[in-house]
Design a protein around this ligand. Structure first.
Ligand SMILES: Cc1cc2nc3c(=O)[nH]c(=O)nc-3n(C[C@H](O)[C@H](O)[C@H](O)COP(=O)(O)OP(=O)(O)OC[C@H]3O[C@@H](n4cnc5c(N)ncnc54)[C@H](O)[C@@H]3O)c2cc1C
Length: 391
């Protein structure tokens, strides 16, 4: 029988492989990946600098060790072009491979904003371990206190800001929203995070955007002009404005896509026995509600359900128990955010207690369906998850 093929060796691909092996020790697994297949936990990239970690320190297992651990054949440095679903074949730059079932875990790419100026091309982003190696190298090359401007105060931007400021660098965080983490968190938590970042010494430029980035004459420093008229001087600019799911391969395979690869409640794409998860996927989080969720907890939940479905079960992905963790040590946050549709119709209620801000989200039917808590810890998280389970 042809193997089950997993495309991609990020957390999504490897988590499906591990979950599947808990259920089935023998069915052949083939993992095809464009990178070198080394295992690292991607969220560590925005916490690693202050810990003085080099990129190689973050690789916890080599491709060979991973292949042995999940008992799979691993094809590295191999790019999938498309899936020929009619012929049951995966077409790559290293030939075609037959499959019985496929899991797509291709990830996403960093969005690049159109910014004017002669130094706009110097803007960096960190979405994989090679990006981190380059970013770290550039900071180390400057030496001393480095001025870093970060575009985007979402999860990744806030984490980098906290990490770099913790390592003694001078950080400016720029975002069009009036508060950090505004797209994800209730206002009370965003305000708490803002206070914590300010206390950390991070300069905030909120409610504005970078309009141009130019090299300053007679130095290699950069001048960032903001739409609100302010001017910032920085040595490096890091963009954390968001990710775009990788769709080209799915489109070339005739799969249904929207913002991400569309999957149903079981993780299956529009082609039978072809599943998707992780940053490339657009999950069905409720009836007629589809959303990209580029975070760890949803992919873990999806991986467990998809592993069972690869065994022939019909297991629904249940997002109810999957809080997103924001690793800002100054103000650690846990969140189960409502969908955009629910957010418009429901309300947040906030209480202060036990040294934390706790916000609960009630949907249009007055049912508890989300929460935010900060500073979060395992005990508070467990309590809120129990409330949610009982709602
Ligand atoms: C800096 C940073 C910090 C983060 N912090 C947090 C956090 O604190 N909390 C949280 O919940 N989430 C966090 N995230 C998000 C989280 O890390 C991601 O959601 C998750 O790692 C995505 O995993 P993935 O496997 O879907 O994608 P990726 O890790 O991008 O893996 C994609 C894989 O597909 C392969 N691939 C791509 N194209 C092809 C092709 N054509 N053929 C074959 N292979 C291909 C790639 O080589 C790679 O192996 C963070 C992300 C970043 C970048």
């Amino acid at each position: 029988m042809s193997p089950i093929v997993i495309i991609g060796s990020g957390l999504a691909g490897y988590t499906v492989a591990r979950e599947f092996r808990k259920l089935d020790k023998t069915t052949a697994l083939l993992i095809i990946t464009a990178d070198d297949g080394g295992f690292y936990s991607k969220p560590m990239l925005s916490n690693a600098y202050a810990q003085n970690k080099q990129a190689k320190d973050l690789i916890s297992q080599t491709a060979e060790q991973m292949a042995a651990q999940v008992n799979a054949t691993l094809l590295t440095k191999t790019r999938v072009d498309h899936i020929d679903t009619a012929a049951g074949k995966i077409v790559t730059n290293a030939g075609s491979f037959e499959y019985s079932k496929v899991v797509i875990a291709l990830g996403a790419q960093a969005i690049r904003l159109p910014i004017a100026g002669d130094a706009a091309a110097q803007v960096l982003s960190v979405n994989n371990i090679d990006d981190y190696a380059l970013f770290r190298e550039k900071i180390m090359a400057k030496g001393g206190t480095v001025r870093v401007a970060i575009l985007g105060a979402g999860l990744i931007g806030c984490e980098f800001a906290d990490d770099l400021a913790g390592a003694g660098h001078a950080v400016t965080l720029i975002d069009p929203q009036p508060l950090p983490l505004a797209a994800l968190a209730p206002q009370a938590i965003s305000v708490g995070l803002q206070d914590a970042l300010l206390k950390r010494g991070i300069a905030l430029q909120l409610g504005t955007t970078a309009s141009s980035i130019n090299r300053q004459s007679a130095s290699d420093a950069l001048q960032i002009n903001l739409a609100n008229g302010s001017v910032i001087h920085a040595d490096l600019v890091l963009s954390a404005v968001g990710l775009r799911p990788k769709l080209r391969m799915a489109e070339a395979s005739g799969l249904r896509t929207d913002r991400g690869i569309l999957i149903d409640a079981y993780g299956e794409t529009s082609a039978t026995q072809v599943y998707a998860l992780g940053d490339c996927a657009q999950y069905q989080i409720a009836e007629n509600v589809q959303q990209v969720l580029p975070y760890i907890a949803p992919l873990m939940t999806a991986a467990r359900a998809i592993a069972r479905n690869l065994m022939g079960e019909r297991s629904v992905i249940d997002f109810k128990h999957a809080p997103v963790i924001v690793k800002t040590p100054s103000y650690p946050v846990a969140l189960i955010a409502p969908s955009a549709k629910d957010a418009a119709a429901g309300r947040w209620e906030t209480e202060l207690g036990e040294g934390a801000t706790i916000s609960r989200f009630f949907d249009a039917n007055n049912r508890l369906s989300g929460f935010g808590v900060a500073p979060q810890d395992a005990r508070l998280r467990a309590r809120l998850l129990a409330e949610l389970a009982g709602a």
